[in-house]
Design a protein around this ligand. Sequence first.
Ligand code: SF4
Length: 412
Amino acid sequence: MITSLYIHVPFCAKRCEYCAFYSEPVKGGQMDRYVLALIQEIESQAQLVAPKTVFFGGGTPSLLTLSQWRRIFKSFAAVGWGSIEEFTVECNPATVSAEKARLLRDCGVNRISMGVQSMDEHLLDQLGRVHSRAMVFRSFQILRDAGFNNINLDLMFALPGQTLAVWDSTLTEILEMGSEHLSCYEVIYEEDTLLFERLKAGEFVIDEDLADEMYRLLVERLNAAGFKQYEIANFVRSSSVPADGLPQYACHHNINYWVGGEYLALGPAAAGHIDGQRYQNWSNVDLYCDAVEEGKLPRDPGERLSPLAKASETAAFWLRMNRGVDLDAFRRRTGFDFEQNWAKEQEALVVRGWAERHENFFRLTAEGFRFADAAGAELLRTASAENQAPMALNWGLSPKKLSSKGCWSSRF
Ligand code: SF4
């Protein structure tokens, strides 16, 4: 039985300059229609999943009104989805109210991921974010007062115009806030974004050396503050590491993606992985609602990766985690011997100084972490069952170092 559930809420108050995710501007009627369709999709798919982790991503889930949230939670209860161990909702600091925070907490949400991105007012404005610094402080306090003791803050670095000093000061303020988790991503320039247009127009240039310095500063400062890095962009405040090697407050929902686990995904543009098959719902709210209302699946048939392509994708994502590829677990999960099947690639990564063998793990070095996507891309095998390139090639793994906005789930 699948234990991981992702739900996409495709509405944003305003499009941020760097964002290529699917979202629609807020329209009351369309949001109501979306919620009804989502509930119908929940009812029709409920038997596939007994969720232990749930992640509402977007878009901006915190834009949903109190009554819309109540209807969604009621549908969870109606299909018997209880005992959710980790229940995350993404929030924008501009859309957190005390009443909404209390409702979420009372209805079982126990983790909030808040998109802060920067504590510099000028950068926030430049990125087209709808929130201010003051809203970050205010919303964080509201969430604490509502009883949330597991809060992630998303940050971005290597932004145009961001100096090392500005980044350092953002880190100082964020660390003082005392969240349990931080996700910190280097900005990427995706086509069809305003930021990409500005880059093309020559308004600024990319400074790779500065980005490297910012990443180094990030790791240094977070280590010094008692955070443990467990994935290239993810850090958790933790004093002890339990036997499974995953610190308390690590995002188990995202870890399931990174280890190649299955998950059900609902809502427009949501992409899931069930029984070896990848699928993605239509990235159009109206088409999605039309299909669900007619009792049809809101998507085209998915893609089934060949076992080797799937295993290679799993290896590439495991490499993004600090633990690296657990050789025994990899064999059990994929049926492939990592040492034997990827011997040449492993050797090349070791020679380059990007990776090392440590006990039963093959993992990236500190240097390799800056090139995790390039390293991962070397492990990918492109042949899928239908002779198509595996979708992972389009998921942010490129021959260049890069990362993505938000938790991994945000890509779905
Ligand atoms: S970054 Fe987040 S808030 Fe901004 S447009 Fe994209 S999904 Fe919406």
